[in-house]
Design a protein around this ligand. Sequence first.
Ligand code: UD1
Length: 429
Amino acid sequence: MDRIRIVGGRRLNGTIPISGAKNATLPLMIASLLTEDTLILDNVPHLADVGLLQRILGNHGVDVMVAGKRPGDDPNSGRTLHISARTIVDTTAPYELVSKMRASFWVVAPLVARMGEARVSMPGGCAIGTRPVDLLIMALAQLGADIEIEGGYVMARARNGLRGGEIVFPKVTVGGTHTALMAAALARGTTVIENAAREPEIGDVADCLNKMGARISGAGTSRIVIEGVPGLHGARHSVLPDRIETGTYAMAVAMTGGDVVLQNARPELLQAALDVLGQTGATVTPTNRGIHIARNGAGLAPVDVTTAPFPGFPTDLQAQLMALMTRAEGTSHITEAIFENRFMHVQELARLGARIRLNGDTATIEGVPRLKGAPVMATDLRASVSLVIAALAAEGETTVNRVYHLDRGFERLEEKLGGCGAAIERISD
Ligand code: UD1
């Protein structure tokens, strides 16, 4: 199993290219199930989760072709996938595959919308508290699907197709909103989604679906209206930049000090996080190439932050901010309001000398003058990268074990950080 070795204490200087967003790529790939034509996706990141979803879609009969690079192509640009779901050969998504990646559960929506039936295993994925799918199921039921749950599988049926309806989410859910959008795109009549998630990845998927012939308005607001259409066609779409990767590297620079341009990053995708970084004392400047982030000399100020659905501070940057605050000059409070028990990184950060107390959903972080390298364990995707951030500022050597978690969501991490002067290497044995 690969490990990552980091020797801390170097500043970061240079340019880091930001990849396409994992959390948009996955639902976009799943949306390919809605049409028998080819969907072409550009700027797709090279990630383990993308490969895994490719396998899951392959099981339904979907062909995915990865276009080769051409001379003169930017080596940092993402890949292009040609995805064709011409014939769906199987409407079952089995436990062995779905249990490895939670988002793959979302195939239930396009399968039932296009084929009238789907049988999908209850999901697994990152171990960050209980993550039910009741609201996704509720959304499908509102559109007329018959739902049965048996032997760990959700069976959704709509022999005569789905029909438009009103879906009111009692809680903001990204997965629920993606599911509702995809199902409603092919339903007969109009669907209204109230209290929809406003995450930029929802807007990206809605844009792509509209290019495929869907009639969706209001994506990016909390009320989305979908006029169902009888069929969708092929399209070409470029995945938006990854705001979580952007925020992660911005925090790494705030941690080590230095001066970095996050190329292709879009500030409006993570304004809340950039505001918090400004409060800590980092300088954040939008430029026409991306975002310029710097911290020179001065110490880090502590902050109080609560995670929230977009446009609030994202839960997917909570662990990274906590790593940063371990070195603040004072005491910070971070409250996790989206997922219970998303604090696995706390005990690992403690191995590096962090002082963090947990009380329910709130962590109190007392800044320390120095962290010291140690062997640590990656637990989930975002938690793992928080250990990398801490290690970049720790004295001596840190080894991060179980790097496969990182590979799920961060493309060429050691190359991107190493290119800016970090002492970081992957050890494969
Ligand atoms: C997505 C993101 C994930 C991010 C999260 C919140 C992807 C692949 N994953 O996950 O990285 O951390 O949004 O921004 O895009 N809930 C229910 N019932 C449901 C569904 C959700 O109670 O049926 C609850 C969850 O337990 C959680 C909250 O709603 O407390 C938000 O979850 P949701 O937005 O659905 O997260 P995901 O779509 O799983």
